[in-house]
Design a protein. Structure first.
Length: 188
């Protein structure tokens, strides 16, 4: 008994029309999602730049407000760092994938991560520039960019990398209040 028989499929030389149309249906479905994603894509210019403070304004002494701004600069720098790495990683995956649905998925991701990096870069300038990059994020990015196999790269990027970044930002969400960063968080 061959694999096709075990799986209940007809052999390759006797493919049914439904089996032959499976891949094109998947491609059409992915193209539909791609079109919807493009239609719903936000633009960096649509955020509330200059209308509200870039991060929540602190209260208290000048020293406390300065310390709070440094914390926000660090957060924004790490987000910029993470989305810049995500842009590089998604570009690598786009180049490595050969099937159409995968290429559509990763081309959307490249564009999306690029928008994120653009928004964080703009916000970085609005909060007074970058702070020190996170050395652990640098190491994780290097390891992921230099992973040996496509599977390892995908796992590190989409499970470990994105999971860590999202989890690190989650505790800050209640503190976002109003501001450009809050607009960015909702859009991202």
């Amino acid at each position: 008994m061959n694999d096709d028989q075990v799986l209940g499929r007809e052999s390759e030389d006797e493919e049914s029309p439904a089996h032959m149309n499976e891949a094109p249906d998947n491609v059409r479905e992915m193209e539909r999602f791609y079109t919807l994603a493009k239609r719903q894509a936000w633009k960096v210019e649509q955020l509330s730049w200059g209308q509200i403070p870039p991060v929540p304004e602190g209260k208290g002494s000048g020293e406390n407000r300065a310390r709070r701004l440094e914390i926000w600069r660090s957060v924004v720098t790490q987000q910029l760092q993470a989305d810049t790495l995500a842009s590089l990683l998604s570009s690598q995956l786009l180049a490595a994938i050969s099937d159409t649905p995968g290429r559509l998925y990763y081309s959307t991701m490249v564009q999306d991560e690029g928008r994120h990096a653009e928004a964080w870069l703009r916000l970085t300038n609005e909060v007074g520039g970058m702070s020190e990059p996170d050395p652990y994020l640098v190491k994780l990015g290097e390891r992921t960019l230099n992973a040996d196999t496509l599977e390892e790269k995908i796992w590190l990027f989409q499970v470990v990398f994105e999971g860590l970044v999202i989890d690190r930002d989650r505790p800050l969400s209640p503190d976002c209040g109003s501001g450009s960063r809050n607009d960015s968080c909702r859009a991202l």
